[in-house]
Write a protein that binds this ligand. Structure first.
Ligand code: HH2
Length: 274
């Protein structure tokens, strides 16, 4: 790859902490909040720059849960992490009432897989000065993988992200608080995911740092033939590619391995540029 196409700043790792019974790869791993908090501390020690805590699965076909259930899952974990974690925490939620409670409990980032389409989420981000991760999804988790369809998938996602980031700014969120995410696997076929990943550098043109979450997802299973518990190597292939394409933050379950992968990648990038 020509040196000039490589990015100039380092890619950070966001560690995934799902406190759900049904997340597609790590559901049910942390039924007790103490174990979940310990996992967050471990990911931080392994080199994560931020931890994303979620209490509702957004896997294809997932059933929605109430705000009470979601709060009951995430708040005890955030409470146990209070004062013990030096890196920022995000709350992965689509519900303003869950986001508000998590922000009050120490989270500083709202990761909304519905892309802040709910005006109450935009107002909340503005009011609390939270960082906002704006993700694209076509449809809703219950049905999003039934028949995803686009004209040009990258252009349509760019349009959505441009509209939603503008809406956030109009609501009073400052530009430096906004991240964008094309939403790998959210209402996308294998061909769509490959188109997005192959052109992932395009999203930076919006003027916001790019986040992307390839970890263990179905496109890796489709490419490698591996089941969900055996997609680490495939995930790292995507992580290295995204680092080369300038993605600012990779969202992964396997923090230690992603950090190692990026250390090797960065050393080689720096050597190539010297
Ligand atoms: N992917 C998932 C959940 N949240 N947030 C962002 N910003 N980007 C992503 O790609 C993303 C996300 C789905 O993965 P996971 O959390 O492992 O599974 P589940 O939704 O089943 O809990």
């Amino acid at each position: 790859m020509p040196t000039e196409t490589l990015r100039q700043t380092r890619t950070a790792v966001m560690g995934v902490l799902n406190v759900t019974p049904d997340s597609f790869s790590d559901g049910g791993r942390f039924p007790d909040p103490e174990a979940a908090a310990a996992a967050a501390l471990r990911m931080a020690a392994e080199g994560a720059s931020w931890i994303d805590v979620g209490g509702e699965s957004s896997r294809p076909g997932a059933a929605p849960v109430s705000a009470d259930v979601e709060r009951g899952r995430v708040l005890p974990v955030l409470e146990r992490l209070s004062g013990r974690l030096e890196i920022p925490l995000s709350i992965d939620t689509t519900k303003p009432e869950v986001a508000r409670a998590a922000l009050a409990m120490g989270a500083s980032i709202v990761n909304d897989v519905t892309g802040f389409t709910n005006p109450a989420m935009r107002d909340l981000a503005a009011e609390t000065n939270a960082v906002a991760v704006v993700m694209h999804m076509q449809g809703a988790p219950a049905s999003m993988q039934t028949a995803p369809s686009y004209g040009d998938v990258v252009s349509e996602i760019l349009e959505f992200l441009a509209a939603q980031t503008a809406a956030l700014e109009s609501a009073g969120v400052s530009r430096d608080k906004i991240y964008v995410d094309p939403g790998i696997g959210f209402g996308k076929t294998l061909a769509h995911n490959l188109a997005i990943l192959s052109r992932i550098d395009t999203f930076a043109a919006l003027g916001f740092p790019v986040v992307a979450g390839p970890s263990r997802k179905a496109f890796i299973g489709a490419l490698t033939g591996r089941p969900v518990e055996d997609r680490l190597a495939g995930t790292l292939g995507a992580v290295a590619w995204m680092a080369a394409k300038g993605v600012s933050v990779v969202r992964v379950h396997d923090v230690r391995e992603a950090v190692d992968c990026l250390k090797v990648f960065e050393a080689l990038r720096e050597e190539a540029a010297s």
